[in-house]
Ligand binder design. Structure first.
Ligand SMILES: C[S@@+](CC[C@H](N)C(=O)[O-])C[C@H]1O[C@@H](n2cnc3c(N)ncnc32)[C@H](O)[C@@H]1O
Length: 265
């Protein structure tokens, strides 16, 4: 049995008190991890943490709100107290891929449907997107999707070493201004942590359409001794990585994407 989701997550549109501030900060984020104005989150570890995501305003559709209310208790994972082995969330247990920043869940749904032998745990702070993902997973009858409403960096702190076969972060927030680059997800500490969580042969797969971020990702990953880049550089988008609305908008705007796949030694 998956563990119960032990806290109340505000579901916009549902009949609950709201954790959303008048300016929209904290929209839809679980009450234990509301973003704070300074950018950090609550809790001793979180107080050291730089937030890598933007507060976002967007509508929760009625189907997403309903899916959050009904499914999050069974399919949700607590970012602060997850099982150390995410494979335990599945019955039967199966190798797990962690998808960081699943957005509206378009890629998650397609990857999960195409690969039922693996579990996908999708983590995002954006509750409306997680709701859309849950609704889609229910519609498609997918048994291999679990979700976490929260900060992936925090979730990763609680996972066992060598417990994941893959970590995917497709189009992490670009933070284009130089003074915000410290907020980018892909930093040496993140890459090292990701590498420790992978089984030998497991992969860290990154994608971005921001050229200077791509170069930085390449350099940071090259400096991580636990990872090897078998291609020596970027790789063409694998056929199985779905193109999301976010990527499509970038392509239309003239921003081609690159993929980077690193293997755990
Ligand atoms: C630019 S969107 C891309 C979404 C999706 N991967 C796609 O390709 O369409 C980046 C997503 O990452 C999420 N995100 C950024 N930092 C995060 C973090 N530390 N933990 C969880 N989600 C995060 C944001 O909330 C946002 O939904």
């Amino acid at each position: 049995m998956p563990p119960a989701y032990p806290w109340r997550v505000t579901v916009p549109g549902a009949d609950q008190p709201s954790a959303v501030r008048a300016d929209g900060v904290g929209e839809g984020v679980g009450e234990r991890t509301p973003p704070r104005p300074g950018g950090e989150q609550r809790g001793p570890a979180a107080d050291r943490r730089i937030r890598t995501f933007h507060p976002r305003r967007s509508r929760t559709t009625p189907s997403a709100a309903s899916a959050l209310t009904r499914l999050l208790p069974a399919w949700g994972v607590d970012a602060e107290e997850p099982p150390a082995h995410l494979s335990d969330l599945f019955d039967p247990p199966r190798p797990v891929v962690l998808e960081i920043g699943s957005g509206m869940g378009e890629a998650t749904l397609q990857m999960a449907a195409a690969d039922p032998g693996h579990g996908i745990v999708a983590v995002d702070v954006h509750t409306p997107g997680i709701g859309a993902l849950l609704a889609g997973a229910e519609r498609a009858g997918l048994a291999n999707v679990r979700v976490c409403v929260g900060d992936a960096v925090e979730l990763m702190d609680h996972l066992a070493p060598a417990s994941l076969v893959g970590i995917r972060a497709f189009f992490p927030d670009p933070w284009p201004k130089v003074r915000h680059h410290k907020r980018r997800l892909v930093q040496p500490a993140f890459v090292h942590r990701a590498a420790t969580l992978l089984v030998p042969g497991g992969t860290l797969h990154l994608a971005t359409d921001i050229p200077d971020y791509a170069e930085r990702m390449l350099a940071v990953c090259a400096a991580e001794a636990l990872l090897v880049n078998r291609s020596g550089g970027f790789v063409p988008r694998p056929d199985w990585r779905p193109v999301t609305g976010y990527e499509r908008r970038g392509l239309v705007a003239g921003r081609p994407s690159v993929d980077l796949i690193l293997e755990r030694r």
